[in-house]
Design a protein around this ligand. Structure first.
Ligand SMILES: [Mg+2]
Length: 446
């Protein structure tokens, strides 16, 4: 069932095994805070905390961590434990650009990259030694150095035989750490790693294992397979193999197709303006359809929901006669639902849309009763919209129905703490339409 090469009769890698497979886990250190420090070198060495606009610490630099600031802490508490903290609003747009650059740099070494989260990736380096004329460790170290010098942030890298092991390794020496564990070092290494460091063993599993005297990862991986299966089931056994150096989980290079796509947006102050609320909803539909097409999917069902200023949510959904990826089709359906859900006596603070029953978007043949010309036109419109928005920024080309959003100042400046990127606009930019330029290159000209 499992590959048996280079392993001993007890299933552990043989004493000579180094890296039959080489999986790296790359994890940025204190990502949001590091990006802020990279953009503003004067912040380096200072305790930086992001999350000002929400009143909760989202990310913090290591200087802030050392003073006791933790994720999710209220800002009033942050100021108490660390009065000198530099508190900034989250700037997701810039973090997203850094994230794209990160994955781009990693792809120079191999196309086998899994974008695991905004600041983490799995990299399957297996088979790349000849191309790079270097050992796996050297390739991983080069990758790390390239990210750090080009982005100005630090990353921690773990390198081992499987994903689960690589992830344990990358946590070992944060920040800016590099840990490589080869097959013949595995048992000795795992003997000092506590079981709660395994991604996939939650607090309940760890507590259960502790009852049976399992405290380290080696304790866990040394138990018989059947014992693990009885206690933790199939997932437990998969992890057990991964921790013994046999890859069960592949590095998933394709973007995972979502089961549904939803977009929700809150605005302040709440509004009783029908056209404004409708425009908010349709903007969500536009955004959701863009994402849908990026995944090459079409929707068969659509749901809309509206939330009042008293936090009551009502919604409706509908099924379409034919799957579509067209914003125009989705907007038609959403508009009909909106009419039935909207209550003029209420004020709303949030709108949302859910696209579901997704299927691959095939040009497919129209059946006898469908207007094939219209279907082809809709498809053409979507392609043009996506291309224009790719070139000029998301929503540069949008529905007339959502154009009104530009004239509403309602959700601009209300909370007063927008990211710098949203305040310092370039010529030709508006708050909603910004050029997709990397800000750190633009700033050099100032
Ligand atoms: Mg991280």
């Amino acid at each position: 069932m499992w590959p048996s090469s280079a392993s001993t009769s007890d299933g552990w890698p043989s004493p000579l095994t180094s890296l039959p497979r080489a999986i790296a886990h790359v994890d940025c250190d204190a990502f949001f805070a590091s990006v802020e420090q990279a953009l503003r070198p004067e912040l380096k060495g200072l305790p930086v905390v992001t999350g000002k606009e929400r009143g909760i610490a989202a990310a913090m630099s290591y200087e802030a961590k050392r003073r006791g600031v933790v994720r999710g802490m209220r800002l009033s508490d942050v100021r108490r434990v660390c009065p000198e903290a530099v508190v900034l609003p989250n700037d997701y747009e810039t973090y997203g650009l850094f994230s794209k650059r990160l994955f781009g740099i990693l792809r120079r070494y191999t196309p086998d990259i899994e974008e695991y989260s905004i600041d983490e990736a799995f990299v399957d380096l297996t088979g790349t030694r000849r191309t790079h004329q270097a050992s796996y460790e050297d390739i991983a170290l080069r990758m790390k150095a390239a990210v750090e010098s080009e982005l100005g942030i630090t990353v921690s890298v773990g390198l081992s035989l499987t994903r689960s092991l690589a992830k344990i390794c990358s946590k070992e020496r944060k920040p800016a750490g590099f840990v490589c564990v080869k097959g013949y070092e595995l048992k000795a290494y795992l003997a000092h790693v506590p079981a709660d460091r395994v991604c996939g063993l939650g607090p309940n599993s760890v507590a259960l294992l502790a009852k049976y005297g399992v405290r380290t990862v080696l304790d866990y991986a040394s138990r018989p397979e059947e014992w693990v299966r009885r206690l933790l089931g199939k997932t437990g056994v998969e992890l057990w193999w991964e921790l013994r150096g046999r890859a069960v989980y592949a590095v998933e290079t394709a973007l995972k197709a979502p089961a549904s796509v939803s977009k929700t947006k809150t605005f302040t102050p709440p509004s009783g303006d029908r056209e404004f609320v409708r425009a908010q909803l349709l903007r969500n539909v536009e955004s959701a359809c863009i994402k849908l097409r990026r995944h090459g999917l079409a929707l068969k069902a659509i749901g809309v929901h509206l939330t009042t200023d008293e936090f009551r949510t009502s919604g409706l959904s509908a099924e379409l006669s034919r799957a579509t990826s067209s914003t125009i089709r989705a907007v038609e359906a959403a508009s009909e639902l909106f009419v039935r859900v909207y209550d003029p006596a209420r004020r709303y603070r949030r709108t949302g849309v859910v696209l579901s029953e997704l299927e691959p978007d095939s040009a497919g043949q129209a059946d006898l009763f469908e207007d094939a010309v219209r279907l082809a036109k809709l498809r053409g419109v979507s392609a043009v919209v996506d291309e224009v928005n790719r070139l000029y920024g998301k929503h540069a080309l949008h529905l007339a129905a959502t154009d009104g959003l530009r004239s509403y100042a309602q959700h601009l400046g209300e909370r007063g703490d927008h990211a710098r990127r949203k305040i310092d606009l370039l010529r030709g930019e508006t708050h909603r339409q910004r050029l997709g330029l990397p800000v750190w290159e633009v700033r050099l000209t100032r």
